[in-house]
Design a protein around this ligand. Structure first.
Ligand code: N01
Length: 541
């Protein structure tokens, strides 16, 4: 958004131990840990405040699909005891309030500079330091650079012909206006049917004159069953937080989900359906933990997919619309499963219609709206719920250059390459929080963020103790890890879907399964073992 005047900021130091890019939950906790080690640090963020994802994604209905009691920091018991969540699944405004509360509580902002975009980070081999530049003319020298840039922060806008010709308003869910949008009486087009669309469509439909949804790929969505937080439920978590957090850290997805340790296909049908029904009634993404083989066995997966398709057909009155909404082109869960409030039943409203753009894509925006084939649709506003250049976009767009001036964008041209998702060879002293090759987006991000931040902080402390000041991923270790990430992904059904996990949503992006699917607990053990073995696979100097 254009700034009339450049906002005031506190001075930026010329030299620090660590530059952190990003003031979301990753950058916030990283700063806190670095302070605890007595290291100097500065955090840059293009936003005007803390919160990252929750700062930007202010679209109507934006809500976390990990339960509130689990989607929060665990590192400070006082904070987790005193913060009160009002709903089972917190909405964006409440999560942003929480981020601000933590920032206040830990006095984080004095080392943060907002409305400042990092435009370059270059490694100076002679000095073994990073030079970080910003769009406000800052030049900072740092021993370490930590990228807390988020996995879903680089919004993706398709470049339809005629984009500039549309005379109505254009919005992207990932960059929603802070003052909100009133759709009352308007004709609204929504492009996309991923998590953001599925959450926002019911809310927009309740306001707008008419909503037309353009769907390329239908998605599986599970009802959230959100509601006010029962006091007794919150207390049961708070009383047992230490044990529950420990369980989440060693779990598959960083969520206490009580997975059933049995195969779907080997369970008699009546019993299997009863289990699905029970998960459906309790709601949320833990539906996928109903059996232990839904991600790896197609026949088992089919039973879950068919169960959800049956639910969609039962909820949506018009059979043709129900058919369009029932996904058949990917196994359930292999595109990020969605969680909703009244999504499918919204299509029973008179003022909502669905347009299939799989065979016949959106061709162009026009002054009045958009065109699909011969047909033009007229709108007052178009909402792009078209997602993100996930996992790599924020990093490759930043102007990062390592040894010999090699850019990260060039190194990752054929797909991201990291060791443990923490570092990439040729870029010494540059860490990533929840980078590609780590469980990140396949997990409760809070759990994965804390694990990475703790690992990095402990690594820096260990280096200091040993008098070391350089760490870099070893290329062989990186190659082996990339291979392992790939091998594990291909034991699952995930690569069968054209998902953003695979880079498939960005034209020309290499098709590589980017996150690590081996499980949060197993991954943590691997990272801990690497550290215990003297940072095996890293070159230290
Ligand atoms: O983005 P998406 P999102 N013409 O990439 C469609 C997290 N999240 O912002 O599938 C027509 O999932 C595209 O179609 P297709 C969560 O991890 C979490 O919704 O590529 N359609 C797709 O339907 C999530 O997965 C929460 O065929 C076009 C949609 O746009 C991730 O963020 C809430 C198109 C994009 O869906 C991203 O979700 C929200 C075109 N040219 C988000 N281009 C919660 O915690 C794209 N599409 C609840």
């Amino acid at each position: 958004m254009a700034q009339a005047t450049t906002p005031q900021r506190a001075p930026v130091p010329a030299s620090v131990d660590v530059v952190i890019v990003g003031a979301g939950f990753g950058g916030m906790y990283m700063l806190h840990r670095l302070r605890g080690l007595g290291l100097s640090a500065i955090v840059f963020d293009v936003a005007a405040g803390v919160g990252g994802t929750w700062y930007w994604n202010r679209y109507p209905g934006a809500r976390c699909d990990v339960e509130s009691m689990q989607y929060s920091y665990s590192f400070a018991d006082a904070i987790q005891q005193e913060w009160q969540w009002s709903e089972l699944f917190a909405g964006q405004p409440e999560i942003l309030r929480y981020a601000n509360y933590v920032a206040d509580r830990l006095d984080l902002r004095r080392d943060m500079r907002f409305e400042t975009r990092v435009t370059a980070a270059e490694f100076d081999e002679t000095a073994s330091r990073w030079t970080v530049r910003t769009d406000r003319g800052d030049v900072v020298s740092a021993r370490f650079c930590i990228m807390a840039t988020g996995c879903l922060s680089a919004a993706r806008m398709p470049d339809f012909p005629g984009m500039d010709s549309f005379t109505g308003k254009i919005y992207h869910t990932g960059h929603w206006p802070h003052e909100g949008v009133d759709f009352t009486g308007l004709r609204v087009g929504v492009i996309g049917t991923g998590s953001s669309a599925i959450q926002s469509i019911p809310v927009i439909a309740a306001q707008a004159k008419h909503v037309t949804v353009f769907q390329r790929t239908p998605n599986f969505s599970i009802p959230s069953r959100n509601g006010p937080m029962p006091e007794a439920y919150a207390q049961s978590w708070k009383q047992d937080y230490a044990a529950k957090r420990a369980e989440a850290r060693m779990s598959r997805n960083g969520i206490v989900a009580y997975p059933l340790d049995r195969s779907a296909i080997e369970t008699p049908e009546a019993e299997r359906l009863a289990i699905y029904e029970q998960r459906w009634v309790s709601g949320g993404t833990t539906f996928m933990a109903a059996f232990n083989d839904l991600a790896v066995n197609k026949a088992s997966n089919d039973t879950a997919a068919e169960f959800v398709r049956g639910k969609i057909r039962a909820m949506v009155k018009d059979p043709a619309t129900a058919d369009l909404l029932a996904p058949t082109n990917h196994p359930i869960g292999t595109k990020r499963i969605c969680v909703d409030t009244d999504y499918y039943t919204t299509y029973n409203r008179e003022n909502v219609s669905l347009v299939d753009v799989r065979q016949q894509p959106i061709e162009a925006l026009t002054p009045a709206g958009l065109r699909v084939g011969e047909r033009e649709y007229a709108f007052d506003a178009i909402v792009f719920a078209t997602g993100f250049d996930a996992m790599t976009g924020a990093l490759t767009r930043m102007g990062i250059a390592g040894r010999d001036g090699e850019t990260l964008a060039a190194k990752w041209e054929a797909g991201p390459r990291t060791y443990l998702g923490l570092m990439t060879a040729g870029f010494p002293n540059m860490f990533m929080i929840t980078g590609p090759g780590s469980p990140s987006v396949l997990s409760n991000m809070m759990v994965s963020i804390e694990q990475h931040v703790d690992w990095i902080a402990d690594c820096l402390a260990s280096m200091r103790k040993r008098g070391l000041d350089l760490i870099e991923a070893d290329l062989d270790a990186e190659d082996a890890w990339v291979q392992h990430v790939n091998d594990v992904a291909h034991t699952t059904l995930y690569p069968a879907a054209a998902s953003w996990y695979m880079g498939a949503n960005i034209p020309g992006k290499p098709r590589v399964f980017m996150p690590y699917i081996g499980g949060v607990g197993a991954y943590r053990q691997k990272c801990d073992a690497v550290a215990a073995n003297g940072y095996e696979g890293f070159i230290l100097g």
